[in-house]
Design a protein around this ligand. Structure first.
Ligand SMILES: Cc1cc2nc3c(=O)[nH]c(=O)nc-3n(C[C@H](O)[C@H](O)[C@H](O)COP(=O)(O)O)c2cc1C
Length: 328
């Protein structure tokens, strides 16, 4: 029978399907369910750097009396942060107690400020790795791209100074020099790169003239953007890749592995169709491996990467032409 195990960030996974960070991975009950359905690993719901800061200011503003005692701010800020963090650390400890798959903690961050010391507590609580979801919306017209890019390096280096466990960067494709940026990020010593995060996007209600929420969940067709970049980057960067966005079935997992990903992360499909999808995906991969006589995932991971395919230019083609798309 096909061996689905893989190695991602130096961690051994029984199969390449990781339950990605989302609201679903914020409780021990769900983590147990994901484990029961056969996931290779789980990334916990993120602790937000921003969420911590908001919690601090909310508590402080609610009690105006505190303004008479400036030192109260330090106390409240310390207390609120530690309460949030305690809950998160307990989630890690409990998850580690209940399941025997890697548990990856996650932090959404935009700066290398004081929060980075929390990484050490996360390691001490038993997390197998830390994923840093970094995104700075480049909306400030005064800031050049170098300014934003520098923040990524500061965050990764500061966190890696705190911990020994592997660190992954979960990034977006909003870089003008994506290949060079990914390469440089991989040289920092990170062990994994998640390509790509998918963001909350605003929409507009044209009758109510209100800004609303765009599609929260990905659609299966969205996987091709990731696929191109996994294929282009997997031979070049110095760390493992986990593919993310639009992966909804076994076929899509196989494609990402062929392009060179060591693992994939799924979120939307678990919301839309349930945790059982993990089991169905692994069965489909198994069947496909048997059909093509691949005994292990190592036999085909990267088989269709930029370096390996006969016609690598296919991954670089960006404009529609009748000859390639078959449509005038
Ligand atoms: C409801 C929801 C909550 C999410 N929360 C987080 C989060 O806390 N941290 C994070 O890094 N990604 C979060 N994500 C992003 C997912 O981990 C994933 O990168 C993205 O949804 C693309 O994968 P998908 O197409 O399988 O959904 C969330 C996604 C959804 C749909």
């Amino acid at each position: 029978m096909a061996d689905l195990s893989t190695s991602y960030m130096g961690l051994s996974l029984r199969n390449p399907i990781i339950a990605g960070s989302s609201g679903l991975t914020g409780s021990v009950e769900n983590i147990e369910k994901v484990h029961k359905q056969g996931a290779g690993a789980v990334v916990l719901k993120s602790l937000f750097e921003e969420q911590i800061n908001q919690a601090v200011s909310k508590t402080f503003n609610q009690n105006e009396n505190n303004l008479a005692y400036p030192e109260a701010l330090d106390y409240i800020s310390h207390y609120t942060r530690h309460n949030d963090l305690d809950n998160y650390l307990n989630l890690i400890r409990e998850a580690k107690n209940k399941v025997d798959i890697p548990v990856i903690a996650s932090i959404n961050c935009v700066s290398a400020s004081e929060w980075v010391t929390f990484a050490k507590n996360i390691q001490d609580a038993g997390a197998d790795a830390i994923e840093l979801n970094i995104f700075i919306l480049p909306s400030d017209p005064r800031r050049k791209s170098e300014f934003h890019e520098q923040v990524y390096f500061e965050i990764l280096q500061s966190v890696m100074r705190q911990v020994k466990i592997p660190v992954a960067a979960k990034i977006s494709y909003y870089f003008s020099g994506l290949t060079n940026m990914a390469l440089q990020l991989s040289w920092t010593g990170i062990k994994g790169m998640v390509l790509f995060n998918r963001f909350y996007s605003p929409d507009i209600d044209i009758d109510k003239f209100e800004v609303t929420t765009g599609n929260v969940f990905s659609a299966p067709g969205e996987n091709t953007l990731t696929l191109r970049w996994v294929a282009l980057l997997s031979d070049k960067i110095q760390c493992d890749i986990a593919a993310s966005t639009g992966i909804h079935d076994g076929k899509s997992v196989i494609k990402q592995l062929l392009a060179g990903a060591k693992a994939v992360q799924v979120a939307s499909v678990l919301y839309q169709k349930g945790f059982e999808q993990i089991g169905l995906m692994t069965k489909d991969i198994e069947k496909w491996m048997d059909k093509h006589q691949f005994a292990t995932t190592r036999d085909f991971i990267g088989k269709m990467s930029y370096k390996e395919v006969e016609n690598p230019a296919a991954y670089e083609r960006v404009q529609f032409m009748k000859h390639f798309a078959g449509i005038e």
